[in-house]
Design a protein around this ligand. Sequence first.
Ligand code: WTA
Length: 634
Amino acid sequence: MKTGDKYIMLEKYSELQQKALDDPEKFWGEQAKCLEWDKTWDKALDWNPPYAKWFKGGSLNASYNCVDRHIKGNRRNKAAIICEKEDGSCGILTYYELYREVNKFANVLENLGVEKGDVVTIYMPMMTEAIIAMLACSRIGAIHNVVFSGFSSDALADRINDSKSKILVTTNLLYRRGKEIDLKKILDKALLNCNSIKHVVYAKRGIEEFNLVSGKEYFWDELMGGAKSYVEPVPVESEHPLFILYTSGTTGSPKGVVHSTGGYLTYATKTMDWTWGLNEMDVFWCTADIGWITGHTYVVYGPLSLGATIVLYEGAIDYPEPDRLWGIVENHGVTILYTAPTAIRMLMMYGEKWVNTHDLSTLRLLGSVGEPINPRAWKWYYKVIGKEKCPICDCYWQTETGGHIIYPPIGIQSVPLKPGSATFPGIGIDVDVVDNEGNPVDANVKGNLIIKRPWPGMLAGLWNNDERYRAAYWDRFKNKFSTSDYAIKDQDGYIWVLGRSDEVLNVSGHRIGTAELEHELVSNKMVAESAVVGKPDDVKGEVPVAFVILNEKYRELPSNEVKAELIKHIRDTVGPIGTPAMIFFVNKLPKTRSGKIMRRILKKLIMGEEIGDVTTLEDNTSLEEVKKELEDFK
Ligand code: WTA
């Protein structure tokens, strides 16, 4: 690795990377020994583009690897899950307790007629029962389909119907910002249109009574009461699907990304270790919801496969006060915190005073995921939270990649960090940045990020949709995996992911990523957060419109001056083509509960269209505010 005429000595990383790329089959075969297999594979990789069969001929059980193997040794009484609720109540589940619950729920599923290969939908917030249900599915070879509990009835029904799920595991209530949200109402509506569902299991909460449909619906506690305490884990073929997880595509309905058991679990386990270098003392807190891939890989499978202690928090990270997250870190002695830039920016906006009342000295690593982290948020995270002692692990990946793809390999050795870059390709990941014809671009030139060969965490396919699988990921760059992200590789080999190539605006025939504009806006000291959407324009085709949250101390400045300054900033950093046609100042942006900005809603608002379904919205006041801002503009 070259830095101008200097060399960055990343010996251990380079050595491992070399081995992985020289002989992938041998390398991944060695890595897969991090799991216990019932039968060893015949062939580590069978690559028949665009399908990869990892560890073909081998068989294993994921729940065995995440619970049984730990209770045979020193981890038997170790905390597996520290779970805290928004109301402050807190519980701990040891590995032995988790083992018992998983076994019993596996038996519940068996008693409901679930067999290997059946799909079980799990629609639950961050409660331990959700993790128990996921592991119970894998124990008997059932395929789980977790649907984010913030999704609407229609979204839930679509995912149940597409996956032809037989069983739904859920709850009747959600707790958020001190309020109870009636999930049962959403479920009742969804279930009207879900013919494949034979049984529903409710992990009931709250005092409200409700009736169950006899012979179809049950309470979790009642079924668990009569369940057997041991169910033999079913060894499944390595390629057997462990789960389906629906994710948004550029167009059309959500895609059912399928991950296999052996490849996925190997990759989840190894990236967990290579990224963070876990030890027995660690308390790992990944704030992602289990409804997303980050929750699957780095709340459930990665940490539990390694026998780690995780924190599971159900609630808003700034409720009842803006220091809630820091309080949780302090109270549970979190050593590794893994969260998203949007959360960091929000907490940064509240200011340091909320941080400084807490002892955060247990922290040793700080992670970031979900979008490029802007250097100002990075520096705040590094200085104010990590006190300049904790490396920032910016981890780039996707639902499709199963685990981190570009990340600092801190578990192997520390690397010099550059704020805003996820650093180097992960171990065994052969990435490149190419032009639209697939030719590698020069250093510091923007191109398409692709992965040139298969890796164990790679999606096994799309649920019942081979054609879309090929079209979405493999056709464009001839059997090389297309991430649909733009990136730059700099002169030192660091990768800078710039944002989705498919959320582009076309301004006078020029393409501009909304993420790029947002990135530039937040790089201005006045801006805390921003969202950019395209507005149709008779002359230019489309023009960017920016919604901006200003940092507290700039809010009193005359808005015309601030706008002029931001326009100048964009002209300077992106070029005149990126100049926002309108800038609106707001205090909140409409976001999903997982923190993603809902640009679709902003777009509809500026177009004066009906907004439609907003059940995933974090907070309705943000919408009202944007509407008012637009009204004032008229
Ligand atoms: C974006 C989430 C820059 C990227 C794990 C990707 C990132 C999409 C980063 C996948 C990061 C995720 N830096 N961009 N560290 N992490 N992304 O499937 O655009 O929900 O394609 O998976 O998030 O989102 P997904």
